[in-house]
Structures are given as C-alpha cells and as structure tokens.
Design a protein around this ligand. Structure first.
Ligand SMILES: [Zn+2]
Length: 313
C-alpha cells in the first residue's frame, strides 16, 4: 500500500499527538480516497514472474504451484525471493481443492461468536466477485492477495513498546474512506479488529498489474485484497526515508488468525480454497512495485488456518 498522506493530529487525543508528529503513511479519518489526479494509462511489458495467462485469467501451473510462486516475499537485499520449494501441509493440501471446506452454517456460527455477523456472516451465502467487472460468464475470483499497510513509518526512530496495541495505531477508521473508495476489501489491525471496506462480492483492484491498460477491466474482480496493518521503520543502507524494517514479529498472531478466517470465508464462498498471493510477487516486474507483505510467516498463517478448521469441525 502506498503512502496516503499524513495522520491528522487534530483527531488524536491530547497527550498522544507528539507521537503522531512522526510522519505517518496513514490517510486522514473520513478522508476522500478517490485519486484526484488523472493517472495516465500504463502498459506492462511482461506477464509477471509467475507467468499470467490473459486468455485463461490464471497464472501458470496447478493452484499449488501458483501459490509457491505467488507467496514469495523480499529477501534481505530487498529483491524478490525465489519460488518456494514447498508449502506447509495446511496450505498444500487445501489450495485449489474443494475438500475440507467448513460448512457455511458452521462458519456462520463461529462468526457470530466473534461478533462478526453483520460484516462477514451475512455475506456468506453471496458469491465472490467475478473477473471482467462481475461478468456472469467470467471466472470467479481466484487469488487471495495479502498486503501490509507499510505504515506508519517511524523512519530512524525505534518502534514504541506498545506498537501492537496502542489505540493510535489501531484505529481502523484511518483506513476508512468517506467516498467509498476503500483501498482494499478488508483491513486487519494488530489486535485483530477488522474494517470491511468492500465485501468480497465487489470487484476491486489494488495492484499495478491488475490495472495495466492492456487488460482493460478483464482482471477487475479476479483478485481479493486484504491489508494487514504493519508499521515500518528505516533500515541502514537503503536510502534516507526507506521503510525496509518491520516489527519483529512482522505480524501478530491475531492478524494471522484473522487472515486465516478471511481466507476461509472467501474459500467457502467460492466453493474451493483460493490461491493465496503476495502483492510483492504480483507486481514484481513493474517499476516501483511493492514489497508487501514484508516478513510474512507462511508457517504461522498455515498454523492459524489449521487451528481455525479444527475449531470449526
Ligand atoms: Zn500491497
């Protein structure tokens, strides 16, 4: 996710505003998010490192092979790591399969124990978006794209001790848009609260690849987008205001648990386990591509998924 402006100090309770003088890559609460400037259409030169086929609207290989290519992040030199040799069993035995999906009823019951009826359980019986801007003849969404917010950026300051719980960084309202132009389908903060910006039935694009001019609207609806809040700070040797460093761990257990829940919700609605993908891999060959989700732990995501499915059974 790119920088979207500065956090508005007037919105923050007295006493914490000094902390907010760090320049934050957060939108202002209640802000209008639709880009104001005309963006010239751009064409991409390759179909990406995972070889997208515009005819079939699919990456190369089986769903598991696609995930091994698409679930790779940045290495220590900030270059895209090679495709994964293997996926954790919890992902390898599910991705692309129709088996092992929980029932909508079991999932709905679980969501009501989590106070997630209105935003999530109520949509369980609705289909996901389809490519070509919801063309009924186009494929249903296949790719579950994982992002991080890459902010707020502390630059060369240390992260505060309460980075995972401080209300200043936990206010999901900062990611809400008054004009309905939310930048992803769902946001997850570090305590596991979620903001539904768009239901997964709404076709939405968030990567540069999807928005390339040669595709027109063909890819609109093929990818679902989930953002996890991740503060950043600068690492030595990467430029003055870089955002190469994440907290350790980069994401909280609550975030992996919620991400596994959203992945399950989307997969149940599709009737098949989707292919998880990282923004970094999708946009890897495009100039000024993104590095997110940075330092994502695939094992922990798979563990959260296994634990959730155990609970639902
Ligand atoms: Zn992203």
């Amino acid at each position: 996710m790119p920088d979207r402006g500065k956090l508005n100090c007037s919105l923050i309770v007295a006493g914490t505003c000094a902390a907010a003088l760090v320049s934050f890559a957060l939108p202002v609460f209640g802000t209008e998010c639709r880009p104001h400037h005309f963006r010239a259409p751009y064409f991409i030169k390759s179909m990406g490192v995972c070889d997208f086929d515009p005819e079939t609207l699919s990456y190369a290989g089986t769903p598991v092979q696609q995930a091994k290519c698409l679930m790779r992040g940045m290495d220590a030199s900030r270059n895209l790591a090679p495709p994964l040799d293997a996926l954790p069993p919890g992902l390898a035995r599910r991705i692309g399969k129709i088996t092992g999906l929980p029932s909508r009823e079991a999932l709905a019951r679980y969501l009501s124990t989590q106070d997630l009826e209105t935003d999530f359980a109520s949509h369980l019986w609705e289909p996901l978006s389809r490519a070509h801007d919801n063309d009924p003849n186009a494929p249903v969404a296949r790719y579950f794209v994982i992002h991080d917010t890459s902010g707020p950026n502390y630059h060369h300051r240390a992260f505060p001790d309460d980075i995972d719980a401080h209300p200043l960084f936990e206010k999901l309202a900062y990611y809400a848009c008054s004009d309905g132009w939310g930048r992803a389908h769902v946001f997850i903060n570090r305590t596991g609260e979620m903001l539904l910006a768009h239901d997964y039935s709404l076709p939405w694009r968030e990567t540069k690849f999807e928005q390339a001019a040669q595709f027109g609207k063909a890819l609109l609806g093929l990818f679902l987008h989930t953002e996890m809040v991740q503060p950043r700070r600068s690492a030595p040797g990467h430029g003055l205001r870089n955002d190469a460093r994440t907290p350790d761990p980069a994401f909280t257990t609550a975030q992996y648990d919620r991400l596994a829940l959203l992945y399950t919700i989307a997969s149940v609605r599709r009737g098949e386990w989707l292919v998880p993908a990282f923004h970094a891999a999708i946009d890897a060959e495009i100039p000024n591509g993104h590095d997110d989700p940075l330092n994502f732990d695939i094992e922990r995501f798979a563990d959260s998924l296994d634990q959730l499915i155990d609970k639902l059974e």
